[in-house]
Design a protein around this ligand. Structure first.
Ligand SMILES: O=P(O)(O)OC[C@H]1O[C@H](OP(=O)(O)OP(=O)(O)O)[C@H](O)[C@@H]1O
Ligand SMILES: O=c1cc[nH]c(=O)[nH]1
Ligand SMILES: [Mg+2]
Length: 209
């Protein structure tokens, strides 16, 4: 069964409050999303495998550890997921980045895929799928379907804000994918927006609408 992790780190919660604020403009919104993505990446990479190496210190030879070189793929869901990529790359700069383009039809709330480009060696990679919002869950479910259809078996999903409805839909559809969330909000409104949420993440990141 999927594990759902809600990060209660004070720095993440503080920054998220400013991200939610209607008075936060595009520049600051983008910077804050970037910073929260870095903080979340620190937590999400906790279980990366290590291997022993020898290193010469100025004093003597030491047995120490480095990352075992696992292949990581970051997959933002376009558009809004793009805002979280650089923040993660700050910590894992060698990660490859794939893209899945999906938009949610405003009437039906159904996701529509319009772009997929992924790194090679899909079956050997650990993927972190990122999108600021998990609302009805349809988009995230479809993104992970798309990855699995192409051979991915090791996937995590990371978002800023989730609605309980979306978490249920996602974990029912993908019980093998752990979910990492900065805040679990109250509910969805009649238009499928998260309440209280932050509004439209893509529009706030890119200054559209
Ligand atoms: O859980 P769901 O109900 O499917 O909704 C969540 C999706 O909606 C938003 O994308 P949007 O369709 O607005 O596209 P955008 O990123 O291009 O703005 C958001 O970034 C998620 O991808
Ligand atoms: O609250 C929501 C729901 C879907 N997409 C968003 O950007 N915000
Ligand atoms: Mg949008």
């Amino acid at each position: 069964m999927a594990k759902v992790h809600v990060f209660d780190h004070p720095l993440i919660q503080h920054k998220l409050t400013h991200i939610r604020d209607i008075n936060t403009g595009t520049k600051e919104f983008r910077e804050l999303v970037d910073e929260v993505a870095t903080l979340m990446a620190y937590e999400i990479t906790r279980d990366l495998p290590l291997k022993e190496v020898e290193v010469e210190t100025p004093v003597q030879t030491a047995n120490s550890k480095v990352l075992a070189g696992k292949k990581i793929g970051i997959v933002p869901i376009l558009r809004a997921g793009i805002g979280m990529v650089d923040g993660i790359l700050n910590l894992i700069p060698a990660a490859k980045v794939g893209h899945i383009g999906l938009f949610r039809d405003p009437e039906t709330l159904q996701p529509h895929e319009y772009f997929v480009k992924l790194p090679s060696d899909i079956s050997e990679r650990e993927f972190i799928v990122v999108d600021p919002m998990l609302a009805t869950g349809g988009t995230a479910v479809e993104a992970v379907n798309s990855l699995k259809k192409r051979g991915a078996t090791n996937i995590k999903f990371m978002c800023l804000i989730a609605a309980p409805e979306g978490v249920k839909v996602f974990t029912d559809a993908h019980p093998d994918v752990d979910v990492f969330i900065a805040a679990l909000d109250e509910k969805l409104n009649d238009h499928g927006y998260i309440v209280p949420g932050l509004g439209d993440a893509g529009d706030r990141l890119f200054g559209t609408k």
